[in-house]
Design a protein around this ligand. Structure first.
Ligand code: FES
Length: 105
């Protein structure tokens, strides 16, 4: 699926991401800056924090319990905040837009 990563300064990166990867992996493996993913995708670091475009909130679903707990430690959490390692890329997410927070640039 095509995932659109938007850096805090507005720079857009449109990437083809393999289905089954996480949104975090799609950024890290393609060299998109702004997602550090220190814990490697275990929902244990909150450095893969993204804001999901409001149009995509229904498609990306709910936070997991562990994810919600980790987000308590992240900065500038909003109602559309997610840990991108916990969003699995599927064909239904083709065109998904996520924005990275200022603290991760
Ligand atoms: Fe660590 Fe997502 S990569 S919480």
């Amino acid at each position: 699926a095509t995932i659109v990563y938007v850096e805090h300064d507005g720079t857009r990166h449109e990437q083809q991401v393999t289905d089954g990867w996480s949104v975090m992996e799609g950024a890290v493996k393609n060299g998109v800056p702004g997602i550090d993913a220190d814990c490697g995708g275990a929902a244990a670091c909150a450095t893969c924090h993204v804001y999901v475009d409001p149009d995509w909130l229904a498609a990306t679903g709910e936070r997991t319990d562990q994810e919600a707990e980790m987000l308590n430690f992240a900065e500038n959490v909003e109602s559309n905040s997610r840990l991108s390692c916990q969003i699995e890329v599927t064909p239904a997410l083709d065109g998904l837009v996520v924005t990275m927070p200022e603290s991760q640039h």
